[in-house]
Design a protein around this ligand. Structure first.
Ligand code: NAD
Length: 279
């Protein structure tokens, strides 16, 4: 059976490092990192996520600011709020919780977040920095996964990595981060043919599709490292994108859902906020 990659434990380690970094920044430079979140609307999932982010900030000594404009907020009012937070010296990270209600243009609003405060790493400037191999704020989930891989001492150089999914939030930045570590990277997506064959070749597999148990265990290469990003709410709780039991019989190591990638995303948000405050 595969080793289970304990995202909870590794996230706790990251949080402890962040707490130490926050303490040092406060003592040495008198700076307390601050994260502002903007939540519009009543999406229950988003409310849970935002609450979790504030709780996590508090535990590591990051000040958090909770902005919840009325669901009827206009585009220009929201942009005004973003601009205000961009200019607020106590705020080092600005996070607009997605999805936004359909009367708001998420792309346009996210583009207004100052790249230096874009702790989600979604701004085109930060996406471009990642693409060109420069330092910058990087998307939390893929960064969290890289930390999982390094904690598990997974050698990436020259290895075949397959990323299933090409979203701007997970798939594409994930592929670039694996490439940066000299993996040979393939991106699969909804138009990919012969997906089982591509999976069978992968030494490292990252599934970010959003379909319960979409990747079959029999597809997985013996000895592969399997990272399951999927969070699918089903009748029997949260289910990943990988058929866990069957995949775990073939993999060398695998992330569970929940308790794998999920905890790393928030932990990385905290470390991005610290990074932004230091910068
Ligand atoms: P998305 O819907 O933006 O992207 C899904 C991707 O899957 C697309 O790029 C699409 O091309 C690909 N896809 C769809 N059908 C496919 C098929 N039949 N074969 C191959 N590829 C196919 O989703 P996302 O935002 O990238 O998120 C993916 C999953 O990860 C979701 O379940 C989401 O909830 C989860 N997620 C988890 C975390 C976390 O912290 N664990 C963070 C972000 C997203």
């Amino acid at each position: 059976m595969a080793k289970i990659i304990d995202g909870k434990a590794i996230a706790a380690k990251v949080r402890a490092e962040v707490a130490e970094g926050v303490r040092a920044l406060r003592e040495q430079r008198g700076i307390v990192p601050g994260l502002a979140t903007i939540l519009v609307g009543n999406d229950p999932g988003s409310q849970v996520y935002v609450r979790g982010k504030h709780r996590a900030c508090k535990k590591v000594g990051i000040t958090s600011f909770d902005h919840r404009p009325e669901p009827s907020v206009t585009q220009s009012e929201l942009i005004h709020l973003v601009e205000r937070l961009n200019g607020d010296p106590e705020v080092h990270g600005v996070l607009v919780q997605l999805p936004l209600p359909s009367h708001l243009d998420a792309e346009l609003i996210l583009d207004r977040v100052r790249p230096e405060k874009d702790v989600d790493g979604f701004h085109p400037m930060n996406a471009g920095r990642l693409l060109t191999g420069r330092a910058g704020l990087r998307s939390c989930t893929p960064m969290g996964i890289m930390r999982l891989l390094s904690e598990m001492k997974v050698e990436l150089e020259g290895k075949r990595a397959l990323v299933i999914g090409r979203s701007n939030i997970v798939g594409k930045p994930m592929a670039l981060l694996l490439l940066e570590q000299n993996a040979t990277v393939t991106i699969a997506h909804s138009r990919t043919r012969d997906l089982p064959d591509r999976v069978a070749e992968a030494d490292v597999l990252v599934a970010a599709v959003g379909r319960p148990e979409f990747v079959k265990g029999e597809w997985v290469k013996e000895g592969a490292v399997v990272i399951d990003v999927g969070i699918n709410r089903c009748d029997d709780g949260l289910v990943g994108d990988v058929a866990y039991e069957a995949a775990a019989r073939r993999a060398l190591a695998i992330t569970p859902v929940p308790g794998g990638v999920g905890p790393m995303t928030i932990a990385t948000l905290l470390s991005n906020t610290l990074w932004a405050a230091r910068a």
